[in-house]
Design a protein around this ligand. Structure first.
Ligand code: C2O
Ligand code: CU
Length: 481
């Protein structure tokens, strides 16, 4: 990718550059030693997203704030959360990227009944993998996440890499009205058929970013989480040289991002190690160049205070591996997965063309192997015996990027357009470019019915979602297993 970036400007609102003056609010931490579950209440609230203290905006939030409280535990600990529903509609909580038991996955009607208005649900699971994760509802996600329901979930390694500071940035993108409220045009057909609900106001940890003050020589672990419904970020770090050490929570061979640009699609996480090598008194501006013609300054890094050290530390960047099972590529079953739909895509061809046209007349816009999902419950797209290895060959026959997410598992991205990937990175959400073919491989080792969907939430709502089944089907038909 050159500075040419990902997408053209079609369908996008212009961003006001000046609005991106810049705040990194420390997030309240809640650690979890006790046996009392942590309480997370989803309810309407008001927060200062964009307009400063005089201009709060109505949101839906966990415990009143955007993002919701940080959940931070040590690997191997148990996470217990009592979710309370203070919304005027049903909700659930999904633990994005965490390999939970199926019953804790928070998928409405598939793994649990939606938490009713005024109701609650106890989520409980072990933190098997260390890394950077997040939580959000899986019910009407486009609007529930889009109005502010999400928070960070950090699982610390027993033996973390050494850094001077561990920083989490939850990136979000809002469509704000001139009156400073969230535009309520959720679920409109134009967003759904194009690149989703891309907004006009980008926040870090729920607020317009203020300059970040660092000291010369400081080493920062920066955990990026993209909580936006649809916006892809392509961050240019200027004269800094970020090193990618983990993707979607999973360690990866430390490497510089391609062309120095950190690309992060919706729901993805990237852990960076950044050595702040500038001179005291200087600053570096981070720019988002994802959308051609719509580049903007995201945030300034300012060097302040006494330098911490003169040279870059030689501390290791290698995170300890998580307990993931290695897929057996020779024995793996290959499955073709074709994505169709949306505006400006290829002609739909083949046996399923007629059926897709019919489904479009009924409001569907996106298809996986010719089928658009209508809700979370459906016959499985693919069934996999427990413990077996699988390769999904994903063929994007659309004109748009799609961050494709699999629940309950992490997978290796093994090839793009037939070329083996360099790092065979583990991910749970992979950004697939227009016309691209991406192969992923994993061991189906977590029993249950799992969602497999695009994480552009408007695409998901317009059909780009399927269920894959791991293990025996007979258990699946009892009420929520
Ligand atoms: Cu982040 Cu199916 O979800
Ligand atoms: Cu999509």
């Amino acid at each position: 990718m050159s500075s040419s970036v990902l997408l053209t400007r079609r369908g996008l609102l212009r961003l006001g550059g000046a609005a991106f003056a810049a705040a990194t609010m420390p997030m309240p931490g809640i650690s979890q030693p006790a046996s009392e579950p942590m309480r997370l209440r989803a309810a309407p609230s008001r927060v200062y997203l964009s307009g400063g203290p005089k201009n709060s905006s109505a949101v839906w939030a966990y415990n009143g704030g955007v993002p919701g409280p940080e959940i931070r535990v040590r690997q191997g600990e148990r996470i217990r959360v009592r979710a309370e529903n203070g919304l005027a509609e049903g909700t659930t909580m999904h633990w994005h990227g965490i390999r939970t038991p199926n019953a804790m996955d928070g998928v409405p009607h598939l793994t649990q009944a939606p938490i009713p208005v005024g109701g609650e649900f106890l989520y409980e699971f072990d933190a098997v993998d260390a890394g950077t994760f997040w939580y959000h509802p899986h019910q009407r996600s486009s609007e529930q996440v889009g109005r502010g329901l999400y928070g960070p979930l950090i699982i610390e390694e027993h033996d973390p890499i050494r850094v001077d500071r561990d920083l989490t940035w939850m990136l979000d993108d809002w469509r704000m009205t001139e009156a400073g409220e969230i535009s309520d045009d959720f679920g409109n057909r134009h967003d759904a058929a194009h690149n989703g609900r891309v907004g006009n106001t980008v926040t870090i940890n729920g607020t317009l970013p203020d300059p970040v003050e660092v000291r010369r020589g400081e080493r920062v672990r920066l955990r990026l989480i993209n909580a936006a419904n649809a916006r892809i970020f392509a961050l240019d770090f200027g004269d800094l040289e970020p090193v990618i050490v983990a993707l979607d929570g999973q360690p990866v061979t430390p490497h510089a991002p391609g062309e120095g640009i950190v690309v992060i699609g919706p729901a993805m996480r990237i852990d960076l190690v950044v050595d702040m090598a500038g001179r005291t008194g200087s600053h570096t501006t981070l720019r988002d160049i994802a959308y051609q013609g719509l580049e903007y300054d995201l945030v300034d890094i300012r060097y302040d205070g006494t330098p911490l050290r003169k040279t870059v530390p030689d501390w290791s960047l290698e995170l300890p591996a998580n307990p993931l099972r290695e897929p057996d590529l020779a024995a793996a079953t290959r499955h073709e997965v074709v994505f169709n739909g949306g505006m400006m895509g290829q002609m739909m061809m083949g046996d399923e063309a007629g059926s897709m046209m019919q489904q479009m007349r009924n409001g569907a816009m996106w298809f996986i192997n010719g089928k658009a999902a209508d809700g979370h419950v459906m016959d499985p797209l693919i069934s996999m015996p427990i413990g077996t290895s699988h390769i999904f060959v994903m063929d994007n026959r659309t004109a748009w990027h799609h961050p494709i997410h699999l629940h309950g598992h992490s997978f290796r991205v093994i090839a793009r357009n037939g070329v083996p990937t360099r790092y065979r990175e583990w991910q749970d959400t992979v950004l697939v470019a227009p016309e691209e073919r991406v192969e992923i491989a994993f061991v189906a080792d977590n029993a249950g019915d799992w969602m497999f969907h695009c994480h552009i939430l408007e695409h998901q709502a317009a059909g780009m979602m399927a269920v894959v089944r791991v293990g025996d089907s007979t258990a699946r038909h009892s009420e929520y297993h």
